[in-house]
Design a protein around this ligand. Structure first.
Ligand code: TXA
Ligand code: MG
Length: 347
């Protein structure tokens, strides 16, 4: 299959073409504000199966269903509790996914066999236009081969999925850069299942107390039952093994500088790069004091290591506040939670 690159900025009919492909049960890579999505008609089990095949995704990992209008919620979820309304008022459209009990109309293949469904209303105008052109809610996981870093440009999507899907819509680089925050409203209390573009502090400002899923903090065994099945898989990983060095930028840079070999990769803040230049394979992901920029760059930087000959990677990591919690989570997951915590060693 030839994968067509569609450019709505040059060709307005591109959105209509993407919509027609989606209605016909094809899989299309689409831009959103977080990362690129691998979209198909969420109500068509055959189309959704194609997403799993293209990505090589485990069948028990549910997909997020994307809407372009609040009224679409009614055909997807059986209820929309007051907490959901509050979250929607504050953060939709935007990088937040809300888990609710699902309607029978949503096929089990979409929800990974669960009775719940993740719903997201993206703010990216092209994502909204494509959903409207398709006329149906779109199931879309991140548009990467399962286990690889998520994609934040149409070129990344082509790298991973060329020949496996009908088309990719080029909407330029993603403005948030890490995936949506996933919050479940199916238990007694709201629970954060995945940190993302909306921070935990923002959720708390609307909901009060929010439980934080244990999968955010530690490695979960493959056989264990977890709230967000996606959290148990090794993820976002370059080919070389990653070690996270957690601490102040100065302390982590110093620790890494003492351990450089010829084939060592270093994922570091812009302002620490000069320490490693010429001595290691260096990829930067933004200034140490700008977590929003780190979010935009982290997946691209992780991907770049695969074009190098490094055999091990040390990574710096931001503190777990604001969107830094999401950035730190992605880097720790890329490392399989192999973390050297310098703050603990000092204590
Ligand atoms: O920003 C995003 O959320 C992107 C864009 C394309 O919208 N999508 C995305 O999808 O990141 P994906 O499939 O790569 O990640 C979805 C995460 C997984 O960890 C999955 O297990 C969890 O959300 N999830 C989805 N539906 C769920 C459900 N019903 N219950 C619990 N977790 C769910
Ligand atoms: Mg993903």
């Amino acid at each position: 299959m030839q994968t067509k690159l569609l450019r709505p900025s040059e060709e307005p009919a591109a959105i209509e073409e993407a919509g027609a492909l989606l209605r016909a049960g094809e899989v299309v890579g689409i831009p959103t504000e977080t990362v690129y999505g691998l979209a198909a008609d969420a109500l068509n089990p055959q189309a959704v199966k194609r997403i799993f095949e293209a990505k090589g995704r485990p069948q028990d990992n549910p997909l997020i269903v994307h809407i372009a209008d609040l009224s679409m919620v009614r055909e997807i979820a059986t209820e929309f509790p007051p907490e959901a309304q509050k979250l929607a008022d504050a953060f939709w459209p935007g990088p937040l996914t809300i888990i609710l009990p699902k309607q029978d109309k949503i096929p089990m293949v979409t929800s990974g066999g669960l009775n719940t469904v993740g719903i997201r209303f993206p703010v990216h105008p092209m994502a909204q236009a494509i959903i409207r052109a398709a006329g149906v809610p779109l199931a879309a996981p991140s548009a990467n081969i399962s286990g690889r870093p998520s994609t934040t440009t149409a070129q990344h999507v082509m790298e991973d999925l060329h020949g496996k899907i009908a088309a990719v819509v080029d909407g330029g680089p993603c403005s948030v850069g890490v995936e949506s925050t996933v919050v479940s409203l199916c238990g007694e209390r709201p629970r954060l299942l995945r940190p993302g573009g909306i921070s935990l502090e923002q959720l708390q400002s609307v909901l009060g107390e929010v439980d934080v899923d244990r999968a955010l903090k530690e490695k979960i065994d493959d056989s264990e039952k977890v709230s967000a099945p996606g959290m148990k898989y090794r993820h976002y990983a370059p080919k070389a093994p990653v070690t996270v060095v957690f601490g102040t930028p100065e302390a982590s840079a110093q620790y890494i500088a003492q351990r450089l070999g010829q084939h060592t990769g270093v994922l570091c803040f812009d302002d620490c790069a000069q320490l490693f230049c010429g001595k290691a394979v260096v990829e930067t992901f933004g200034p140490s004091d700008d977590e929003a920029q780190q979010a935009r760059e982290v997946f691209d930087a992780l991907r770049r290591f695969d074009d190098t000959d490094c055999t091990e990677i040390f990574a710096q990591c931001p503190p777990s506040r604001g969107i830094g919690l999401a950035v730190a989570n992605r880097i720790k997951k890329a490392a399989g939670f192999h973390v050297i915590d310098l703050t603990e060693e000092q204590a």
